[in-house]
Design a protein around this ligand. Sequence first.
Ligand code: SF4
Length: 219
Amino acid sequence: MLDKQTSQRILLDIIKLYPRKHKRRDAFYVLISTVLSQRTKDANTERASNALFRKFPTAYELSKAKVEEVEKLIKSAGMYKQKAKRVIQIAQEIVGRYGGRVPDTLENLVKLKGVGRKTANIVLAVSFGIPAIAVDVHVHRIANRMGIVKTKKPEETEVALAEILPKEYWTRLNGAMVNFGQRICAPRNPMCSVCIFREVCSYGQRNASGDSGSRDARS
Ligand code: SF4
């Protein structure tokens, strides 16, 4: 496992070199699009979110939508039957409990049906600028693979990363790690030969002869 100083330097480099620009930061959009993003690619999420928000731009409107209509609009995101019910329910809860405004605390966000800690932290960080580290599968995988943390669960990774990274950088970590994971450190076949972290990364050092080729590098 890497020491804290090296780990911090790597995380700061990833934040600096692989920033992720969010096209929209309004809380309801970020919340719903994050729910839609589960187990699908960014392009599919964007297509589904755009179609949905063209028709139902607010929590009030989505709360009254018919499930079948939402299903059609978000089909590209996959698991659309389940996701359609979930986003309508979230909209109804936001209207019923919070007057149509997305809550800005972790405690209240995770009370929304189907909203977990990762989604809540993304909303807090992206929409409200509140320091939060959103740990999804990408962040958890890359941090463990590189040797920055040694954890079993995303919740443990969140705590470990919070101890390494100064608070002012928390909001930018998730987007940068996702971007880095998509461009270089993919779940399978990470591009170690062109990765600037190869000399310090635990996985990169073990595989110093080049890219992992067809090997499954999900470790
Ligand atoms: S060296 Fe390979 S495994 Fe390590 S961060 Fe870079 S791409 Fe990922």
